[in-house]
Design a protein around this ligand. Structure first.
Ligand code: TYM
Length: 325
């Protein structure tokens, strides 16, 4: 199977990105029957971030996170979208010409973003079409993502279907989203969906002290240490349940229900489990961020490999479209 997924370069990846997309994608990539395309969606990021230097720094951070979380870039495909921009945007244009205006105008992600942002640009509007091109350019079959991407995957299939009706059913491969129930919406420190734009995210690559400061900000109700607490309504417990092992989760549940266990205790336990569970990832992340030329080399090798596939898909599509002699 061909697996593909991307992460925007809007900052360092947070716990939501890691549990919702990075880990599930890497797990699939370990299956020798799969070929994985994991990339950095830096062209998408331009819709909101214009500073090239910042964009490049973020791009390295995402690349470092993919590798730190165990992605084997040598056996798979690992690249920056911007380095293959010619292919991505060419397919995007073809798909644009099959995209009904209302499909984009009614897209949830566009409505959400355009309400929040001052800069509502055309890139933001056509964002899902570039995403559809990212996916179908590599004939991806499975796209592991968080729940917020479900609609983009449906749009990808719709656009691919419309394109194939015009040019033949074997022109584009229609992908399936793979959305893992347990991690499809990771909550942030305020209980809303964890996201960069809401500034409610946990960056697991922070140093231990800084990480503790963030964990201490997890919003709870005002119950005192003695009070009995409901674990199922508490953000600290919800986050802990995503990272701790089942014995630890049951212990914390019992502590909440018994009383005499404060949110401060729970926050310290959450911090400890984050540091423990992401020990290797944190070390490797630090390593790659201090060895940028190594990252750069892996990306360039990945980009050369990805280009072969992108080029051949574009040739196939142009032929189907009868664009060339
Ligand atoms: P981005 O960068 O916003 O998020 C990257 C991935 O992380 C998932 N995610 C979450 N999952 C669970 N809980 C959360 N709180 C959470 N926050 C983020 C997202 O669902 C996503 O899977 N449009 C994409 C980038 C992209 C892409 C693609 C993805 C561009 N082209 C092609 C797949 C295929 C995005 O904005 O991701």
């Amino acid at each position: 199977m061909r697996i593909l997924t991307g992460i925007q370069a809007s900052g360092r990846p947070h716990l939501g990105n890691i549990l919702g997309a990075i880990r599930p994608a890497i797990k699939l990539s370990k299956n020798p029957a799969n070929e994985s395309f994991l990339f950095i969606a830096d062209l998408h990021t331009l819709t909101s971030l214009k500073d090239g230097k910042q964009l490049r720094e973020n791009t390295y951070a995402i690349a470092a996170a993919w590798l730190a979380c165990g992605f084997d870039a040598d056996k798979n495909f690992f690249y920056r979208q911007s380095k293959l921009a010619g292919y991505h945007t060419e397919l995007m244009w073809y798909l644009n010409c099959f995209t009904p205006f209302p499909m984009l105008a009614n897209a949830t992600s566009f409505k959400d973003k355009s309400e929040k942002l001052g800069d509502v640009n055309a890139g933001l509007f056509t964002y899902p079409v570039l995403q559809a091109a990212d996916i179908m350019l590599y004939d991806a079959q499975i796209v592991p993502v968080g729940k917020d991407q479900r609609q983009h995957l449906e749009m990808t299939r719709d656009l691919g279907g419309a394109f194939n009706r015009q040019y033949g059913e074997d022109t584009l491969v229609l992908p399936e989203a793979k959305i893992d129930e347990a991690v499809m919406t990771i909550p942030g420190i305020d209980g809303l969906k964890m996201s960069k734009s809401l500034n409610n995210y946990i960056d697991i690559f922070l140093d231990e002290k800084e990480l503790l400061k963030v964990v201490k900000k997890v919003v709870t109700d005002a119950k005192t240490l003695e009070d009995v607490k409901n674990p199922d309504e508490d953000n600290v417990f919800k986050l802990y349940s995503l990272v701790a092992n089942s014995k630890e989760i049951e212990e914390m549940r019992a502590n909440y229900l018994a009383g005499g266990y404060g949110y401060g205790h729970a926050k310290n336990a959450l911090h400890a489990v984050l540091v423990r569970e992401f020990k290797e990832e944190r070390e490797k992340f630090e390593y790659y961020m201090n060895h940028i030329p190594e990252l750069e080399q892996k990306l360039q090798e990945g980009e050369a490999k990805a280009e072969v596939i992108a080029k051949s898909t574009i040739q196939r599509i142009r032929k189907k479209m009868n664009l060339d002699d």
